[in-house]
Write a protein that binds this ligand. Structure first.
Ligand SMILES: CC(C)(COP(=O)(O)OP(=O)(O)OC[C@H]1O[C@@H](n2cnc3c(N)ncnc32)[C@H](O)[C@@H]1OP(=O)(O)O)[C@@H](O)C(=O)NCCC(=O)NCCS
Length: 330
């Protein structure tokens, strides 16, 4: 199935993690949790946390700047900036406009995408449509989140998330390389299983909502686990079918990083040896929109991504939102 008029590849990556680190033992000194449980069950040892002065756009800006440097591209060349975030700087305007201003990339159109942990995958798909159709040549996609700002630090579910941002610059390439397939899915029946109940138009912030902690995220962990381990294999198997690849053709899976249990179960279902699954949650936890581009940047900078290698991306997030894509590195 030919999906694109022009094929699309990644020409530069970047990432940024804030300086401050919270270890599991530090969290165990604050709330009723257990450092060993966090490491064994979730696969997390520590996470980076933004300072009071750092907003999501500050992290996103740093990641974007690094991607420009690696791509050897001037900021004026960027046609579009997409920021995938569910922790925007403000309700309005978009975080992408803050990033555009910080980068001084004033030739770019800028907007946000809201798909929580699948946001970067959604962003790459949208970017690909613009490049494939010839509308834009260079699109910067950033996944950035600061879940520390919507975490109740008195509750034990503060262990899951960290803050961070990653960026990729997409451009066009030859046929038969770059993105070969992408599938996105949404299922609003899952909208209440991971949510921030107040602060939006449905329930504007009041003294009462703040007192009741309704501006913090709420998660049904069991439902997240069950859904993630069902829909990730479904999306992955679909893009394998789209490309006529076998799972044995895949060199790396660069997945969203929800918990080590979810990744191990997914790898087992799809039949992928776990050495091919790229993992960073031990150091960064779940940075939501940031997980895939941070991991991608790390793999890219260590020189593992050789032309021709087949990379699988897969994500699942609140909504539900989920999807997968396959690219031949170019
Ligand atoms: C979080 C998760 C491990 C909880 O397991 P569960 O079986 O669904 O839920 P339970 O509340 O029964 O907890 C199971 C055990 O874990 C312990 N536990 C749960 N959360 C804990 C925490 N934050 N700290 C320490 N222990 C915790 C419980 O005390 C319980 O222990 P017990 O068996 O000794 O009683 C599991 O649901 C999961 O991995 N979900 C995915 C969550 C995720 O990836 N979220 C991020 C992406 S949005």
């Amino acid at each position: 199935m030919k999906q694109f008029v022009r094929n699309v590849k990644i020409v530069g990556t970047g990432s940024y993690l804030p300086e401050m680190v919270y270890t599991n033992s530090y969290l165990a000194s604050m709330v009723e949790t257990n450092a060993e449980w966090i490491e064994e069950t979730l696969g997390i040892k520590e996470r980076h946390i933004a300072s009071c002065e750092e907003a999501t756009s500050d992290l996103a800006y740093q990641a974007g700047l690094q991607a420009l440097t690696l791509a050897k591209l001037d900021k004026t060349k960027i046609d579009l900036i997409i920021v995938a975030t569910s922790t925007p700087d403000r309700m309005a305007p978009s975080t992408a406009c803050f990033v555009q201003h910080k980068l001084q990339a004033y030739n770019a159109v800028a907007f946000d995408i809201s798909a929580v942990c699948s946001g970067f995958l959604y962003g790459m798909s949208v970017a690909s449509q613009y490049i494939a159709s010839g509308v834009y040549d260079y699109v910067m996609v950033i996944g950035a989140d600061t879940f520390s700002k919507i975490t109740d630090w008195k509750r034990r579910d503060c262990v899951f998330f960290g803050d961070g941002a990653g960026a990729a610059i997409l451009s066009h390439c030859d046929d038969n390389e770059g993105f070969l397939a992408c599938r996105l899915y949404s299922d609003g029946r899952g909208r209440n299983h991971f949510t921030v109940p107040a602060g939006g138009s449905e329930r504007p912030a009041t003294c009462e909502t703040v007192e009741n902690g309704m501006h913090f995220f709420q998660m049904n962990g069991r439902e997240v686990y069950n859904v993630a381990t069902t829909v990730l294999p479904k999306a992955i198997n679909q893009v394998l079918e789209d490309t006529n690849f076998q799972i044995s053709d895949i060199d790396f899976l660069i997945p969203h990083q929800p918990s080590i249990g979810i990744l191990k179960k997914t790898a087992e279902i799809i039949g992928l040896p776990f050495e091919k699954v790229m993992v960073s949650m031990d150091r960064y936890a779940n940075t939501s929109g940031g997980t895939i581009p941070i991991m991608l940047d790390e793999v890219n900078r260590t020189g593992k991504l050789k032309p021709g290698l087949k990379i699988l991306f897969a994500a699942v997030g609140a909504g539900w939102t989920y999807g997968a894509s396959i690219m031949k590195w170019a």
